[in-house]
Ligand binder design. Structure first.
Ligand SMILES: Cc1cc2nc3c(=O)[nH]c(=O)nc-3n(C[C@H](O)[C@H](O)[C@H](O)COP(=O)(O)OP(=O)(O)OC[C@H]3O[C@@H](n4cnc5c(N)ncnc54)[C@H](O)[C@@H]3O)c2cc1C
Length: 422
């Protein structure tokens, strides 16, 4: 027998769970279909397992962190913002703490707890969650959705489930092992929507030169900027870590979107790292001159080791073409100047970037021109809604991406339920 619901939510990530909970809270009969064996697999690994739940900055500050059109989210943020998700979690037994950069985390330090709290909240509102169930199509008659077809794990038979409204909350394409494989994008495309090209975002950069021997080495408190065609276009302060292919870490992730965009437009793209941001060139040169006179028996490598970890010293020797065993007394004034310049700006040409298995978010998705910002309803298909990363909006690191998921989920759930009641 074909089952019938008021609202079907496709995808059990943060956007789908909030959407299902909100619709059920308003009295709708709701089912959420999740294709994996458990909902919210990605949410459980966010923030290196700690989950940066949201950020306590203002809506206007959020707008500075979101692309391509942050104002699309104004009504979603007004409907359900950072204080609302914190309140929802706190009142359902999950304590939260605020850390540096206004970032909010669970007090337990476990992303898993955030996922479980949201799931139990949505169930408490009356939403049903069915796992191991993939939606493979949305059924539409005369421009209005009427249900979905599903395939349960282990079954070969596609089943139809009817509903008055359907919410697509299937995420993007990043970390496909968590279930986010872009199904919602294909389904939306089949229904006539424009899909802005999905590109990995918040991702490690591949560079030349690179320093594979420095793999996993973290350097903290450095200034990093992005140069496109010789012009500084963005700057970040914080940590960088080395990978076999290039560089990663918070600063790099934040610069990655602009870097990828420049690279994809065949522009000369460089990441430049100032290893000694607290020292001017002059101060650094004076310090080196002092080291040179005080330690005349030592080698160039000894000099470098006073300034940086061993793998980076090796990188400097290779790039400066100075032997590590060269005696300090043989270091010329020119060598000294070149060294200072490099300490103040290690220049790495960006040659590529990590793929979907590494990207934190997907940039691109269903065009916001085809979604009503006050309801998240499609402008092309009646009673079809979108929520979360499937939409063409994405943000920097800092808890903004999850907030987009909750806010759009809330608004989509609310409107889907209200329309059903009419
Ligand atoms: C490693 C990592 C760390 C991150 N850390 C943070 C952080 O700390 N803070 C932050 O703000 N953001 C973080 N993000 C980004 C954040 O996790 C995402 O933006 C967010 O999960 C998007 O939520 P969503 O509900 O739209 O999609 P998803 O979380 O991707 O969920 C989509 C769900 O839909 C299901 N699905 C897909 N297709 C189907 C189908 N056909 N049928 C049924 N179900 C389907 C999937 O299995 C999945 O469960 C991180 C991302 C990654 C990868």
């Amino acid at each position: 027998m074909t089952k019938s619901y008021d609202v079907i939510v496709i995808g059990g990530g943060p956007a789908g769970i909030i959407a299902a909970g909100r619709a059920a809270m308003l009295g709708a009969k709701v089912v959420l279909f999740e294709k994996m064996e458990k909902p919210a697999r990605k949410l459980r690994i966010t923030g290196k397992g700690r989950c940066n739940i949201t950020n306590t900055k203002s809506i206007d500050d959020f707008f500075n962190e979101i692309e391509p059109e942050p104002r699309f989210l104004r009504q979603a943020f007004q409907a359900f913002f950072n204080n609302d998700i914190i309140e929802l979690l706190n009142s359902n037994g999950l304590e939260t703490v605020e850390e540096r950069g206004h970032r909010v985390f669970p007090a337990s330090g476990k992303a898993w707890d955030v996922a479980e709290t949201l799931i139990s909240w949505a169930k408490k509102q009356g939403a049903t969650i069915e796992c191991n169930t993939a939606v493979d199509d949305i059924l539409v008659t005369e421009g209005t959705v009427c249900g979905v077809s599903i395939l349960r794990k282990g079954s070969k038979t596609v089943q139809s489930v009817t509903a008055q409204s359907v919410i697509i909350a299937t995420g993007g394409l990043s970390y496909p092992a968590t279930g986010s494989t872009g199904d919602g994008l294909s389904i939306a495309y089949e229904l006539g929507h424009t899909i802005m090209e999905p590109i990995p975002s918040l991702v490690a950069l591949h560079t030349k030169p690179n320093a594979p021997y420095a793999d996993k080495l973290i350097i903290k408190n450095v200034n990093v900027w992005l140069e496109v065609d010789g012009k500084k276009v963005a700057e970040e302060f914080g940590e960088v870590f080395f990978t076999p292919e290039g560089v990663d870490g918070a600063t790099i992730l934040r610069l990655s979107k602009k870097a990828i965009d420049a690279l994809d437009h065949n522009k000369k793209t460089h990441v430049v790292i100032d290893l000694k941001p607290a020292l001017s060139n002059e101060k650094l040169e004076n310090r080196l001159q002092r080291d040179l006179t005080e330690a005349s028996k030592k080698t160039f490598n000894d000099l470098l080791r006073g300034l940086m970890p061993a793998p980076i010293a090796r990188f400097f020797c290779t790039q400066l073409k100075i032997s590590p065993t060269k005696p300090i007394r043989a270091i010329t004034a020119d060598d000294c100047k070149t060294l200072v310049n490099m300490l103040k700006g290690v220049k790495l040409r960006v040659t590529g970037y990590g793929g979907w298995n590494e990207a934190i978010v997907t940039s691109g998705g269903v065009s916001i021109k085809e979604i009503n910002p006050s309801s998240m309803e499609s402008k092309l298909v009646n009673r079809l809604y979108f929520a979360g990363e499937v939409i063409d909006v994405d943000a920097n690191t800092g808890g903004y991406n999850l907030q987009i998921a909750y806010s759009t989920g809330w608004l989509a759930g609310e409107n889907a339920a209200k329309k059903t009641a009419k």
